[in-house]
Design a protein around this ligand. Sequence first.
Ligand code: ADP
Length: 558
Amino acid sequence: MNISFDYYSISLLLGGFTALLSGVIVFLHDRRRLENQAWFWLNLSSAVWSFGYFAMVAVVTSKGSAMLSDSILHIAASCIPLFYFLMVLAVTGRYERHRNFLFTMVAAGVFFMLVAPTSYFVRDVFAKGPFRYVPDPGPLYAYFTVYFFAIVLYALWIVSRRLKETYEPAERGRLWSIMIFTIAGFGGGGSVFLLTFNIGIPPYPLILFSLYPVISGYAIFRYQLFDTKVITTELLTFGLWIFILIRALLATTPREQVVDGLLLFLTVIFGIFLIGSVMREVEIREKIQKLAENLEHANDRLKELDRLKSEFVSFATHQIRGPLTSIKGYASLMIEGDYGAVPDNIKEPIHIIFQSSQAMATIVEDFLNVSRIEQGRMKYEWSVFDLRELVNQAVTEAKPAVERKGLTISVSLGSAPLVVRADKGKIKQVIGNLLDNAVKYTPKGGITVTLVGRQGKARLSINDTGVGIRSETIPHLFQKFSRAEDASKVNILGTGLGLYVAKEMLKAHAGKVWVESPGEGKGSTFFVELATGQNFHELDSLEKSDKITPGTSKPQNP
Ligand code: ADP
């Protein structure tokens, strides 16, 4: 075979091989990705075009073979802009937007493939310039040229548009690489059109064609174009194989040949194992990454649902509060005789209506507080006051319920004032709730309320002789909706929100609440601790903001 190796034929041969290598490596790495598939087919068609041209300009000697090569290379050339366009769409994420254009161009491409072997496309081939055979364009060839370059320019326009939109360095790197290898590849390869159209400029840029897979290779490493992490291993291994193969071919003595042959055999075996293991590792890493992404997604969704739930609870409870206040108010007015004397047989039912609506109002208030806490909307109004007075008030308000149940209550508040800086309403709510619980969960006996000041802290304890709490229940008691297993036997209406709200409110006061109980049936003691007097400077920052995010939360159940 008489092959003429010159600048042009070597450029074409080199371009064909580099394109083939780049396409195959990228495809082998991850054949599921659209851009990898498009890159593979683009490079395969480029390689066929390149080898076809090489055959025409440097190998074949008969017109018939040259015409056959010409048809094959033009069928491949019709595919090139289509796969190139698809690859650009996949990398830029613009597939959906330009799909219709792509499909129209595919139709045009198929048309050119069908007519490529006819004389409408290429009339003849003959020697021109440095080439053995060059096509003589038929009437359709000009349209083909427009089709070819119009798609490439359109793709470049898409890439440049994307470049204007993005500031992410890696993505910009990828887009610029596409720009550069497009110019190199199509500028270099396309320069043969000059000869075809008898423009007197030799296709010097042809060597650039062999550079585009090299530029894309750089982009693959530098900017993860096609996201091919295994490529380093593959390229190094391929490089090593080729190096040893050349050594083996150039070996002069049989000894060298045997050694190099053996070396080649071993490197091929180890190389295959190495690439396989790297691929597996990458696959596992990708799987983990995907799982993490899914988890993050699910987490976001849960957070969103939680937010919606809080909003719903807040909305629903707000709606319930109004009617409930009316029921309670009118029941109270009826009891007090504002609508005339109440017949004896109705007194009890009205009383039940009043008590039930009051219990329900407490539940609604608890729900509202929980949703305020969860949405960070709880507002605190800070003031300085004597805690003894507040405890006294709360005890006075609880007394009727204590007496109704036939319990006793003893109170010891000390003689010195215990000045705290706190939200009066909230602290009263907490104490009221604890007293309420003490009454609810104490069938007989009494309640002892003690307030002492010690080491800059006021400590309130509310002890009862009630049902007590099992030690294993204690750690969970201050969580949302947490109730002791048999709590409903004693108090059916409870929600398990009161202690959670108390804990959150005290957290915002940099205080704490906890419980101690010797066990079931042995009563329990709830404690509340708040800073007094000299520690106020620490609380100054609290006063300035009305929404508090507690910074020094302490254990609730030491
Ligand atoms: P609720 O009383 O509405 O159930 P809380 O959050 O106020 O909700 O109380 C949570 C649980 O703690 C109660 O269900 C009960 O099991 C337990 N508990 C609270 N106070 C006492 C107490 N004084 N004695 C015994 N158990 C109590």
